[in-house]
Design a protein around this ligand. Structure first.
Ligand code: NAD
Ligand code: UDP
Length: 318
């Protein structure tokens, strides 16, 4: 699947992860239809692709029936707000993207006999009480909590994807993506890396939430893209965790970003986000054994590239 020259539909392709995926697929010689309504992404993320042969940008909301795009060989469904700031602001839209949007995207895959990949999330594990999290862990999610619009949208999307495969034989894959960072994140999307990098470059205090002792594992975007494409090319349905297995405190991430920017910004403590997971780290045994995938970009190399991008263009775009 998607080894020769194929036509790939990427929903949410004008977002952070989607734009990197579109670029990689074009580099590999595929044709790409990028469908996005710019709810949290921007045409700027793919403006360098506009002139490339085989690329098409379609402004469209995936909760509405998709326009005719011709025969499609694979569908990568990423359309959804993803940062906590965005999905709280766009709660209903996030639920609709996970429910209606996933169904529309699955319908396209089924009609075309295409492989379908759902961009799910580590948030399906909620505030986990098992560490690290394997795919068999069922999670600790509050269905009416402040993250419920995102967590439950993705849990529903996983269930719908599984049901579609069961009823229609759709060839599906579910990726549970853990925190990913890199160039083309919005400086103001509220996520930890773009926020800290932007603050460090501006010389303003880094807003460490709670005590900063909560943990995340952050994966550089090129590695996540490699993992998504490895899963797409496999015959595995998953779910498969894709993430960096090095668990770090938020405070440690802040200190590393200060080092990379050479900034003397102080760390300041701000109130913790509601329902903020205390620990998060993937068990990637399945991805390693079944896909031969694991992250290859070190934290220092990933931050070096990210800081360079924000210093050059990222903060100017905000
Ligand atoms: P992003 O906000 O940068 O990209 C999401 C894109 O989807 C945006 O371009 C947005 O405009 C588009 N979109 C949203 N609703 C839409 C709709 N109804 N119709 C059409 N387009 C719509 O976020 P991202 O970080 O690139 O995340 C992409 C996907 O990966 C999301 O599904 C997210 O849940 C998943 N994911 C990302 C991460 C991460 O760390 N980046 C982690 C876990 C899962
Ligand atoms: N965080 C922080 N300061 C910020 C933004 C985020 O301390 O300015 C923390 C946040 O509370 C969480 C972690 O960084 O513990 C990761 O947050 P992010 O929004 O990037 O993603 P999440 O994993 O929560 O979806």
């Amino acid at each position: 699947m998607v080894t020769g020259r194929h036509h790939v539909l990427v929903t949410g392709g004008a977002g952070f992860l989607g734009s990197h995926l579109c670029r990689r697929l074009l580099d590999e010689g595929h044709r790409v239809s990028c469908v996005d309504n710019f709810a949290t992404g921007s045409a700027d993320n793919v403006d360098d692709l506009d002139s490339r042969v085989g690329f098409r940008l379609v402004e469209h909301d995936v909760t509405e029936p998709l326009p005719e795009l011709g025969a499609v060989d694979a569908v990568l469904h990423l359309a959804s707000p993803a940062s906590p700031v965005d999905y709280r602001r766009l709660g209903i839209e996030t639920l609709r993207a996970g429910a209606l949007g996933t169904e529309r995207a699955l319908d396209v895959a089924t009609r075309n006999g295409a492989r379908f990949l759902l961009a799910s999330t580590s948030e399906v594990y909620g505030d986990p009480d098992r560490h690290p999290q394997p795919e068999t862990y069922r999670g600790n999610v509050d269905p009416v909590g402040p993250r419920s619009m995102y967590d439950e949208a993705k849990r529903y999307a996983e269930a719908l994807t599984t049901a579609h495969a069961g009823r229609y034989g759709t060839d599906v894959a579910i990726a549970r993506i853990f925190n990913t960072y890199g160039p083309r994140m919005r400086a103001d999307d509220g996520r930890v890396v773009p926020t800290f990098v932007t603050q460090a470059l501006a010389g303003t205090p880094l807003t460490v939430a709670g005590g900063g002792e909560q943990t995340r594992s952050i994966c550089y975007v090129d590695d996540t893209v490699d993992g998504l494409l490895a899963l797409l090319r496999s015959r595995i349905a998953g779910p498969v965790n894709l993430g960096d297995p090095h668990e770090r405190t938020v405070r440690a991430i802040a200190e590393r970003i200060l080092w990379h920017t050479g900034s003397d910004s102080p760390l300041t403590t701000v109130p913790g986000a509601p329902d903020d997971p205390r620990r998060r780290c993937p068990d990637i045994t399945l991805a390693r054994t079944a896909l031969g995938w694991e992250p290859g970009v070190s934290l220092d190399e990933g931050l070096r590239r990210t800081v360079a991008w924000f210093a050059a263009v990222g903060t100017a775009a905000a």
